[in-house]
Design a protein around this ligand. Structure first.
Ligand code: SAM
Length: 291
């Protein structure tokens, strides 16, 4: 029986056999610790009927552990040099499919419809390429995929921002965007020593459980996100100043002040103190002035 991919010895053997050189620009830091990998998979709470979508299989370290517990794994990999390696390392797992594509350009919804059964339990599980963690997470959430959630490894600093509560330094538009769609929980921090090459930053695993409906109901979702982003444009400014500079061409100052007061928000507060519900009230209150 061959040994698991994710040991330092087997990983080095595979890399040497193919003369593989890491591309920093593609966020290539491969996991070499089975204990960490198994814990990541545990957090996904897979059953033998689950389907998994993985982003960036690398040489297959995580893919293999997912394949041992799920019915099917579909993985998007951007780097064509990894395809022959994956064909060898994942040969014992015929229920794994590799798609050679940039996940940011992929039609993930269509892939799900083609590769998985209707209503099948689906999770995204990945050790994300750190240069694009936020765009990947936001794409997967904005695509409204039929998934139960995501368990992903990323920079600890980004995980802190995603899971942050109002009134903390990490709380911002990313926290609100992710928490609008999911319940976010940082479940594990991960030392640099479990990767080759070792990344420059600390890592963490975050679990995002999709809400059946968004955390709040707003009249206009796109406008809600515009208001949130505008409110954090300059963190040291008051919400009133951020909103008046963002909407200077379209909404008068007095109207913005009235919308804030109608929503029960003191215009002198800063964006970082507002809860997601308060942002919802504010967005609806401002939106009414456009009608
Ligand atoms: N899953 C492997 C592991 O844990 O050892 C590798 C993880 S490594 C942090 C990130 C992987 O994502 C690399 O294999 C890289 O080539 C791939 N990747 C980078 N950008 C990508 C993109 N836009 N779409 C799909 N894969 C990408």
């Amino acid at each position: 029986m061959t040994k698991d991919i994710a040991t330092p010895v087997r990983t080095k053997m595979i890399l040497e056999k193919y003369g593989f050189s890491f591309k920093k620009s593609l966020g290539q830091n491969f996991l070499i610790d089975l204990n960490i990998l198994n814990r990541i998979v545990d957090f996904a709470e897979l059953t033998e009927n689950s389907g998994v979508i993985e982003i960036g299989p690398g040489i297959g370290a995580l893919t293999e552990q997912l394949a041992k517990r799920a019915k099917k794994v579909v993985a998007f990999e951007i780097d064509g040099r990894l395809l022959p390696i994956l064909a060898e390392t994942l040969e014992p797992y015929p229920h794994v499919k590799i798609i050679h594509e940039d996940v940011l350009k992929a039609n993930v919804k269509q892939v799900i419809a083609e590769e998985f059964e209707d209503g099948q339990d689906l999770m995204v599980v990945a050790n994300l390429p750190y240069y694009v963690t936020t765009p990947i997470i936001m794409k997967l959430l904005n695509d409204h995929l039929p998934i139960r959630g995501l368990v992903v490894m990323l920079q600890k600093e980004v995980a802190d921002r995603i899971a942050a509560s109002p009134g903390t330094k990490d709380y911002g538009s990313l926290s609100i965007a992710v928490q609008y769609f999911t319940e976010a929980k940082m479940v594990m921090t991960v030392p640099k020593t479990v990767f080759i090459p070792q990344p420059n930053v600390d890592s963490a695993v975050i679990r995002l459980t999709k809400r059946p409906t968004p955390a709040i109901k707003v009249e206009n979702e796109e406008f809600f996100f515009t208001v949130v982003r505008a409110s954090f444009a300059q963190r040291r400014k008051t919400i009133f100043n951020n909103l008046t500079s963002h909407f200077k061409q379209t909404i008068e100052k007095q109207t913005i002040e009235k919308a804030l007061l109608d929503a029960g928000i003191d215009p002198k507060r800063r964006g970082e103190t507002l809860s997601i519900e308060e942002f919802g009230n504010l967005s609806d209150s401002l939106n009414r002035f456009f009608k």
